[in-house]
Structure formats: C-alpha cells, structure tokens
Design a protein around this ligand. Structure first.
Ligand code: ADP
Ligand code: ASP
Ligand code: MG
Length: 422
C-alpha cells in the first residue's frame, strides 16, 4: 500500500463546514487503498488573529512565547479534522509537530527542519489510522523548545513528512487550482501551469509567490519529491512541481511567471563617504542585527561630491531594527541622513528560458513604462529580473508585464475558491 501525504492550508479549513469537506476528501484517499498522512494549517486567518492578539498584549513578545501561541492554531485544526474523520467512520490520530518527530534548529519564528523521526506516525499507520499532523511547527533538538517554521510553513512540514515516509508525491491542497503565471487574485487572466521546475518554483517562492513556502520547494528538490499543488475545492488536476524527465523534449516556455512581493521596505543611507570600507561598515552593522538584505544599489549622492548613497531592501518586519542599527552608526561614520520607505513593491519576472533569450529585460521594462510605472531599483539573477516600484502600482505593473509576455490564458478566468488573500 502506498503512502499519500496531503497538506490543507488555512483557507481550506476556514470553518466547520470546510473541515468536514476536507475530512471527506481525506477519507477518499484512504478508501482508495492508501495510507494517509495529512499536514494541516491553522483555520482561516487565525494565525494573523493570534499575532494581533499578541501585539495587543505586548509590542515585542518573547519569541518563545509567540511560538507557543502560534502553534496552538494548528493544534485546533488537527483535532477538529481528526474528529470530522471519525464522524465518517474512520479512525484518525492527531499529533503535534513535536509528537510527529519534526526536529528543528532552535531559531524561533523561522526554524529549519533538520530531521524527521516519524516513529509515532508509522505506528499509527500500522494500526490503521489516518494521521493528522499539526503543520508549521517542530521541536528544537538543542533547547527542546517548541518552534515555528515561518509563515506558510505547513507546506514544508508536508514535504518533510513525505520525504521521511518515502511517499511518492506530496499533495498541497489550497484555494486556487495550482501555480499560475501570476497571483490569480490580481491577474484574473493568469494561466495555470501544468508543470514547473524546482528551479523556477524556487525563484517564484523566493520572490513572494506565497502559493508555496520557499523551504518546502528547497526540501522537495533536495529529496526529489514531486509536489502536486491543487485545489481542495475542485477535483481538477493541478500543477506538478518537478524536474522534467531525462530526454523530455517538451518545449519549455521562456517565462514561467511573474511574482510580486509587498512585504519589503527600502532604506536609503544618504551621504556615505565614498571611501574604502564604508559600505562594509554599514552592512556589518546590519548583519550583526541579523538582518537579511535583498537588493542593494549604490550611486553618486545628490547631497554633495565624494559622497555616495546606498539603498537596499529588507523585510518590513526588520525595518525598525535596521534603522536603529544604522542610527547608531550615523555619527561614527558621518552619514547625512537615513530614509525609510515601506510603500514599495517588488515585481519579478522568472523563467529558465531567459538564459538563452536576449531582450527580456528591455521588454519587461518597456511594459512597465507603458503602464506609467516608475522603476526605483533593479536586480537580476540568471533566471530572474526584479524591479522595485511604488506599492500602489504593483497590480498595474504585474498585469502589464503579464500581457507583454503573452502569459494571459486563452480562455476563462482563474478561479479563487476561498481565502482572504491575507
Ligand atoms: P493556503 O492557506 O492554502 O496555504 P496561501 O494563501 O498560503 O494558501 O496560498 C495560496 C494563495 O497564493 C492563492 O490564493 C494566491 O492568491 C496566492 N498566489 C500568489 N502567487 C500565486 C501563483 N503564482 N499561483 C497561484 N497562487 C498564487
Ligand atoms: N498557519 C501558518 C501561517 O498562517 C502556517 C501555514 O499556514 O502554513 O503562516
Ligand atoms: Mg500557504
């Protein structure tokens, strides 16, 4: 008998009726003769609600306690799903991440899975149960504390379970029919991809396409687990995230899709002395504050000669910490001023075909210009071009680039079945 690993996101588990619907779907896989292991997310937007609650109690809650709080969301789902399954005449056992053997490092809020020891899952399967695992959480090997894997982390739980249990595929059930050429919430003419390579999916996820958690794609690639992203609201075939089989001659599209990200902010350090070592000092201070940077641009300062301005982007959630770290440097290295802008958005065009096709940047930038959108920053990798624009213009720029690269679907609009898009 094969093992099927499924994941249901919060939008598929929004209320009691959805939980019953998901339970029916899970039992279908069991009836078909499979052993079934399911990773579940917290119901609806409950993780956001728990975060708001925490904020109301304390502006900067201790990371350990925040993880304790957030993991409760997935525990609620797992127990309710198990109850709904037993109501259908099957037996289910729910397990927290720690009980399921999801071992992580000790970084609260963005822990990495380092091992999965699924002894209890295997025993429950052997006893004929359907297994439900609370996603997004684990237990630290060193500190023995409960950790969370970062927003969207249940995708990663599912793939890690699939790898540990030797499943042939990991099914990710969500509120859209698969991975599209752009977020169907903002581009209704987006086209569903039948297949996307790990490499392209990694870039899409890294650039803000929250359909899959970045680490989940990294994990799947490392263990060669195909991911089937599909809707829990329909029975349509979704998107397969996997590498093409050797000798597969199917023609590859030049562009896989466009991702956007509204979670970053831009800081400009104005009037940095244009001398050896100053940029290093700035970025050392940011590294010491544990800040992950994305794009970096340096140019001649408008302030005066022999000065330069350095701009970079970073997660908005790190904005205050970064400004504090830079402020401490201000007098020491004589910076003119600091500017903080969190009204930005990043748009990324992604496709492995870029490697061998010239003119892609020109086409991308002219589509954005034609939409009347100004580009503030640019960065590229081998298979990606990203630009920073005004946050209010993100939707227009994505739609313009989508059409310019002929990504619009031939017919029909993409369906968004549920979720708030939060
Ligand atoms: P879940 O609750 O199932 O984990 P998420 O909200 O995390 O769902 O992810 C699904 C959402 O991802 C979709 O509703 C869609 O708005 C968004 N999304 C962003 N980019 C894409 C894309 N390229 N293809 C499909 N969905 C995307
Ligand atoms: N509940 C968590 C979140 O909202 C994890 C997940 O949904 O994957 O980020
Ligand atoms: Mg998700």
């Amino acid at each position: 008998m094969g093992i099927v690993v499924q994941k249901y996101g919060g939008s598929s588990l929004a209320d009691a009726a959805s939980i019953k619907r998901v339970a029916r779907r899970i039992t279908e896989a069991k009836k078909a003769g499979n052993d079934v292991v399911v990773a579940v997310s917290a119901m609806g937007d409950s993780t956001d609600e728990l975060l708001e609650l925490a904020e109301g109690v304390s502006p900067l809650p201790p990371a350990r306690e925040l993880d304790m709080l957030l993991t409760a969301g997935e525990r609620i789902s797992m127990a309710l799903v198990a109850m709904a399954i037993s109501d259908l005449g099957f037996t289910a056992r729910s397990f927290t991440g720690s009980q399921a053997g999801v071992i992580t490092d000790s970084v609260h809020g963005k822990a990495k899975i380092i091992d999965v020891t699924p002894g209890r899952i295997r025993d429950a399967i052997a006893d004929g149960h359907i297994v439900i695992v609370a996603g997004f959480q684990g237990v630290s090997q060193d500190t023995k504390e409960i950790t969370t894997l970062g927003r969207g982390g249940t995708d990663t739980t599912a793939v890690a379970l699939a790898a540990a249990l030797g499943a042939d595929v990991c099914e990710i059930y969500t509120d859209v029919d698969g991975v599209f050429t752009a977020d169907p919430r903002i581009v209704r003419s987006a086209r569903k991809l039948d297949r996307v390579s790990y490499e392209e999916m990694l870039e899409l996820a890294a650039c803000g396409a929250k359909i899959l958690h970045l680490r989940c794609v990294e994990y799947a690639r490392r263990y060669t687990i195909p991911i089937h992203v599909r809707s829990s609201f329909s029975h349509k075939e979704g998107t397969w995230v996997m590498d093409p089989a050797e000798g597969d001659t199917m023609e590859q599209a030049i562009i896989a899709g466009i991702a956007h990200d509204r979670s970053e902010a831009k800081i400009t350090v104005v009037g940095v002395p244009d001398k050896v070592g100053y940029a290093a000092r700035i970025f050392e201070a940011l590294a010491a504050a544990q800040i992950n940077l994305d794009m970096i641009v340096q140019n001649i300062s408008a302030a005066a000669t022999s000065l330069t301005d350095i701009s970079f982007t970073l997660p908005r959630t790190d904005g205050a910490t970064a400004m504090k770290a830079l402020d401490a440097l201000k007098d020491e290295i004589g910076l003119a001023s600091l500017m903080y802008d969190d009204k930005i958005g990043k748009i990324s065009l992604i496709g492995a075909g870029m490697r061998s096709h010239p003119g892609i940047s020109a086409k991308f930038f002219s589509a954005i210009a034609a939409a009347g959108v100004n580009i503030e920053m640019i960065s590229t990798s081998e298979i990606r071009i990203s630009v920073v624009v005004d946050e209010a213009q993100v939707d227009a720029a994505v739609a313009a680039a989508h059409t310019a690269f002929d990504l619009d679907a031939d017919e029909g609009e993409a369906v968004v079945y549920g979720g708030s898009g939060r």
